[in-house]
Design a binder for this molecule. Structure first.
Ligand code: SF4
Ligand code: SF4
Length: 380
């Protein structure tokens, strides 16, 4: 059946983290969306959900930029929203610790927005889930009427990219996130679970910080790359799809896009997406010509199904993590992060040596690669 309305994605060209410029553009972007008042009522409790996966210098493009958070906070306060909190469940550490020293804590203080660590878990049944029938979510997430998902444009070892859909995983409480990788152990089932999570929590607005994005060994060990855009949408699949086009990645190669469309979260079809800039509507092709980056390093390989997928199921041709010895500082965070019972990466040869993988046990969740603070783990 043909969709009545196209999914609107607002593309804001922005080459700087100057707070005033971001504020001006976000105001313009929200007005193109029809105004924040159309999305969230004044008396509602708002949760600002950045990407705070783990502590890192802002310049490394691991976390949502504090100036984007500050500009959004300012707009919400100016528009008269009273009840706002900001939080995330980080891969390592707490939201407070991850924010400290980045400037985000100062922005939140300035606009009197309390920061919450998502420390209280609540079990939530979700019988209508396509993949996930239950979640363990942070109480603060459930207390919110309206979530604003403020994600970062980055690559991801498991899902190829992490953007609007994936950022919601930080609403799952603490260690449950690692456990989730054992329950949904491959890119497809993990993506379906993410779709369920987005459909359960229904963020009102998704904002992507792609001014400086991350490419290569993302989502935490890649390299900053200037993309010069912010994206706004209420359809996270359409937003992630525009991101894919901008980095010359077929959106159908991203499992969250495919399952997101299949289960009605949004669309990856170009003809169902309308891209707006402050100068008016443009085609996706124009967006790619003006703002795209074919040099963005992301996994564009097309894995063939049938025979190849059968072989991959045997782990022979699956991507796998490995440690670059010269970079490893023996901190042990990869071992701690591994969600597999008995660990698939261990200090088998003692702490004087780098950790060793047991690839037969490894479920290829890439949590170790995501959490290594020294960029020592790569995927091949
Ligand atoms: S997390 Fe990284 S640096 Fe730390 S032990 Fe593992 S590979 Fe080495
Ligand atoms: S070794 Fe790494 S990729 Fe393998 S299961 Fe453990 S955390 Fe996941």
């Amino acid at each position: 059946m043909e969709r009545q309305e196209k999914s609107k994605v607002v593309l804001l060209p922005c080459s700087t983290y100057d707070g005033e410029e971001i504020y001006r553009l976000l105001r313009e972007g929200l007005s193109i969306m029809g105004g924040i008042g159309k999305l969230i009522k004044k008396q509602e409790n708002i949760l600002l959900k950045p990407n705070l996966v783990r502590k890192a210098e802002v310049e490394r493009a691991v976390i949502t930029h504090p100036e984007v958070m500050g500009a959004l906070a300012r707009i919400l306060r100016e528009e008269g929203y009273g009840n706002i909190v900001c939080g995330d469940s980080c891969g390592i550490g707490t939201a407070h610790k991850t924010m400290a020293g980045t400037g985000m804590e100062k922005q939140m203080e300035k606009y009197k927005i309390p920061v919450t660590d998502f420390s209280i878990p609540v079990k939530v049944d979700y019988p209508q889930g396509h993949q996930a029938k239950q979640f363990v979510l942070a109480q603060d997430v459930l207390a919110a009427d309206a979530i604003i998902n403020v994600c970062k444009m980055k690559t991801h070892a498991l899902e190829r990219v992490t953007g609007a859909v994936k950022n919601m995983y930080g609403c799952v409480c603490g260690l449950q996130k690692a456990k989730g990788h054992t329950i949904y152990p491959n890119a497809e089932s993990f993506a379906r679970m993410l779709i369920d999570l987005n459909q359960l929590l229904k963020p009102r607005l998704y904002v992507m910080d792609g001014i400086v994005a991350m490419d290569g060994n993302g989502p935490t060990s890649g390299d900053p790359v200037q993309m010069g855009v912010m994206l706004l949408a209420t359809d996270p699949v359409a937003l992630d799809t525009v991101f894919c086009h901008l980095v010359h990645l077929d959106p159908q190669l991203v499992p969250t896009n495919v399952h997101g469309m299949q289960y009605g979260l949004g669309t990856w079809k170009a003809e169902e997406i309308a891209v707006y800039t402050p100068d008016g509507e443009i085609t996706l092709q124009e967006a790619v010509q003006r703002y795209g980056n074919s040099a963005y390093r992301v996994d564009r390989e097309r894995y063939r199904r049938n025979v190849w997928s059968a072989l991959r199921a045997l782990k022979i041709f699956q991507k796998k993590p490995y440690i670059v010895e010269e970079k490893c500082r023996r901190c042990g965070i990869c071992v701690e992060s591994c969600p597999v019972e008995g660990k698939a990466v261990t200090f088998k040869n003692g702490r004087d040596h780098i950790p060793v993988y047991n690839y037969r046990k490894c479920i290829r969740c890439f949590c170790c690669q995501e959490m290594c603070p020294h960029k020592a783990i790569k995927v091949k």
